[in-house]
Design a protein around this ligand. Structure first.
Ligand code: SF4
Length: 352
């Protein structure tokens, strides 16, 4: 049986000093779990782990940890420390834009205590107009390395620079042209960024996509992102395997704790977050409850896809349903394909 891994996100940081272009994360109202909720979350993760759903990633966000109002509450919390020990690695959202060196030293020491014996991954919001700026990128890398030098008991796995694709308009004044696509294609060029990995998100996924303007913006951006990904794969010759379409570590469940509720997102598109009630877990916070929620979502998505104009004859219906793409299309009220997989369909080798 294929393993289903658990990515668990605690949306608990509030406040951020920065205004990254197009940022849509909630900077307030991300409530910290009560003691009773922590008990329920711990029981759920234990139950998942004991039933063949390994707890792989914990993510702490959604705002910059260093400038959030409640950073010390989180970084000094015995409960977060205990909770993070249940996961293989923890992703920390950090912009690395704080100008004071001593704050990085402090962060390194705190994370070393919090995540001792485990792994860490950094997720860095990154504005695309810095994409050709080696000085800026090296500054981020130096600050990340300074933090890591105070974390001898934690293993660093990866650092991701996350670009909000919708907010990325890069203009070349000399040649009077928009070079956004061209520069974003460079993110696939490993030499440019060394040990920093780049990824694209569609920031507006976090808005209310049932509102027409948000929906139109999202659909338009998702389609453009599909094209960029397809042309990047053509240009850089990345072989696409169906295992990659299903995603690289087996089937994932992305579970979010936000504002006292749980949301189950089966890895939509490139791992987008959306807090529509369609994704809310309305069953018990147990393996059985989550599985019932997941199965009901699959049934609803198949029903939709077999009747949807672009999906009904497509060979990727199962993959898109597993990844929540059809739930998203229903929220967006569209039968237009929004999956990046579709434009590279001809390159897929079906090896599973
Ligand atoms: S790839 Fe597009 S058309 Fe095919 S099933 Fe997925 S959403 Fe529908």
């Amino acid at each position: 049986m294929q393993t289903t891994l658990i990515d668990f996100t605690l949306e608990i940081t509030n406040g951020c000093q920065f205004n990254c272009t197009g940022c849509n994360v909630d900077k307030e109202g991300n409530s910290y779990p009560s003691e009773e909720e922590f008990d329920r979350l711990e029981l759920l993760v234990d139950e998942l782990n004991n039933n063949g759903f390994p707890a792989m990633n914990l993510a702490i966000g959604p705002t910059d940890i260093m400038t959030s109002f409640n950073k010390d509450k989180i970084l000094l919390s015995e409960r977060i420390k205990f909770f993070s020990q249940k996961f293989m690695k923890t992703a920390i959202n950090c912009a690395f834009l704080d100008p004071f060196e001593e704050n990085y030293i402090k962060l390194g020491k705190q994370l070393n205590w919090l995540l001792a014996g485990k792994m860490v991954k950094f997720v860095i919001p990154f504005e695309a107009f810095h994409i050709d700026n080696a000085t800026y990128i090296n500054k981020i890398r130096r600050r990340r390395d300074l933090v890591l030098s105070y974390m001898p008991d934690v293993l660093h796995t990866k650092t991701y620079l996350i670009i909000n694709y919708e907010a990325s308009i890069i203009y070349d004044r000399e040649f009077n042209k928009n070079i956004t696509e061209e520069l974003i294609l460079k993110m696939y060029d490993e030499k440019l960024f060394g040990d920093l990995h780049l990824d694209l998100i569609l920031g507006s996924s976090r808005t209310n996509l049932r509102e027409q303007l948000n929906s139109e913006k999202f659909i338009q951006s998702a389609k453009k992102l599909k094209t960029v990904k397809a042309s990047a794969r053509e240009k850089y010759g990345i072989k696409v395997d169906i295992a990659e379409i299903k995603n690289s570590e087996g089937r994932d469940w992305d579970i979010f704790y936000k504002g006292g509720k749980l949301y189950l997102m089966p890895f939509i598109l490139e791992g987008l977050a959306n807090f529509d009630e369609v994704f809310e877990v309305k069953t018990d916070w147990t393996v059985e409850g989550l599985y019932n929620s997941y199965n009901q979502s699959l049934i609803d998505q198949y029903d939709f896809a077999y009747n949807a104009r672009e999906c009904k004859n497509c060979q990727l219906i199962a993959q898109c349903s597993e990844r929540g793409v059809h739930s998203l299309m229903q929220i967006l009220n569209t039968e237009d394909c929004i999956s990046p997989a579709k434009d590279i369909e001809h390159n897929i080798s079906w090896t599973l």
